[in-house]
Design a protein around this ligand. Structure first.
Ligand SMILES: Cc1cc2nc3c(=O)[nH]c(=O)nc-3n(C[C@H](O)[C@H](O)[C@H](O)COP(=O)(O)O)c2cc1C
Length: 338
């Protein structure tokens, strides 16, 4: 008889729940430590700047903030000065170390778009233009500026045509939209989109997900205030979704991250389903610490066993609007054929 079975026989039934907790904790702890150690060593959290990936991520995060600002319906003249300094502070050493490669080249494209916007509203950009020129004079040229940066203008009819033009065009014409016209979304369209998204594959078809939909202004305001990543556009959304996954449907130590995997895939399907019906979506990050998580659960009235995966702002599209370019990493970095 195994040790586990022997312990089971010798102990009263009411202690079994606690014993199970102890068995699983003993298996969970080394795994959580393994994950924690890997995250401590390899993530950019400790600002070691040891990894090209970390530097690239910090550059991308900074230029993305500028792209987002440029894509708003009415960008504020001169917005994001601190972000520009942070971006240059990342790009200059990156280029010195790795040369004119992405994402530094994309960042230069975004900075150029930022200069063009600000000059169009009479904000003096002499100092920034000089820093860009100095960078290029140091072994580069205008050829090193990637022109896939900034914001692009798009129209509702253009999107309609692309959506109908086959999978590649359909997929490529989904953007994170931060410009909504603010009309209500009929309840049957929300139902239709979530029912389409249910076709998402999941581990052993467990479909642990739930979607909470909020369309009342005060509810959306409270949720978005806690999420905090939709400033400048969240108030135009018609509906806010909170995607969760039910932890009770995952049953082993190895499945400790399955909620985020299945919930992430489901969220993507939701975005595509709304895109198919002609609505705009913007995923809203829920990589938070416990205090925010607890706060959102209270406001959103979410059961304790549900893991919040992300929020999604959904809205109606204006006739024409801007979206952030959000250039993709070079394919040769992403696809490694073995
Ligand atoms: C999990 C997740 C969280 C995100 N969080 C935010 C957010 O808080 N605010 C925001 O404006 N965009 C957010 N985004 C949108 C990304 O910025 C966007 O997907 C990315 O720049 C790629 O652009 P695209 O969606 O237009 O292709 C998020 C996207 C994902 C997938």
């Amino acid at each position: 008889m195994s040790f586990k079975k022997l312990v089971w026989r010798l102990t009263p039934a009411f202690t079994h729940r606690w014993l199970r907790n102890v068995f699983f904790a003993l298996r969970l702890i080394p795994n959580v430590w393994y994950d924690t150690k890997r995250y401590l060593v390899y993530s950019g959290m400790n600002k070691s700047r040891q990894y090209q990936g970390e530097q690239a991520a910090r550059i991308t995060m900074a230029y993305h903030q500028l792209e987002k600002g440029l894509s708003y319906a009415e960008p504020r003249p001169g917005f994001g000065k601190e972000v520009v300094l942070r971006l240059l502070g990342g790009v200059e050493p990156f280029i010195a170390q790795y040369g004119f490669v992405a994402p530094a080249t994309t960042a230069l494209g975004v900075l150029n778009a930022y200069v063009a916007f600000n000059e169009s509203v009479n904000v003096d950009m002499t100092a920034l233009k000089k820093r860009i020129a100095d960078l290029l004079n140091n072994g580069g040229s205008v050829q090193n500026i990637c022109n896939e940066g900034g914001a692009i203008s798009i129209s509702r009819t253009e999107l309609e045509t692309k959506r109908a033009a086959g999978f590649k065009d359909f997929f490529n014409s989904r953007y994170s939209v931060r410009n909504f016209s603010g009309l209500p979304i009929p309840a049957q369209d929300i139902v239709e989109c979530i029912s389409i998204a249910q076709k998402t594959p999941s581990v052993c078809n467990r479909q642990a997900w739930t979607v909470h939909a909020y369309s009342k202004k005060p509810d959306m305001e409270r949720l978005l205030a806690i999420q905090s990543g939709s400033r400048g556009f969240g108030e135009q959304a018609s509906t806010v979704l909170v995607v969760t996954c039910d932890l009770t449907r995952f049953v082993d130590v190895g499945e400790r991250y399955q909620a985020w995997i299945d919930g992430g895939m489901f969220s993507m399907s939701i975005c595509l389903a709304f895109h198919a019906l002609g609505y705009g979506t913007c995923c809203l990050n829920w990589s938070k610490e416990h205090r925010d998580d607890i706060a959102l659960r209270k406001v959103a009235v979410i059961k304790p066993e549900e893991q919040i995966i992300m929020l999604i702002a959904v809205g109606t599209l204006p006739d024409s609007f801007k979206v952030a370019y959000s250039a993709r990493r070079p394919l040769q970095e992403v696809l490694q054929v073995h």
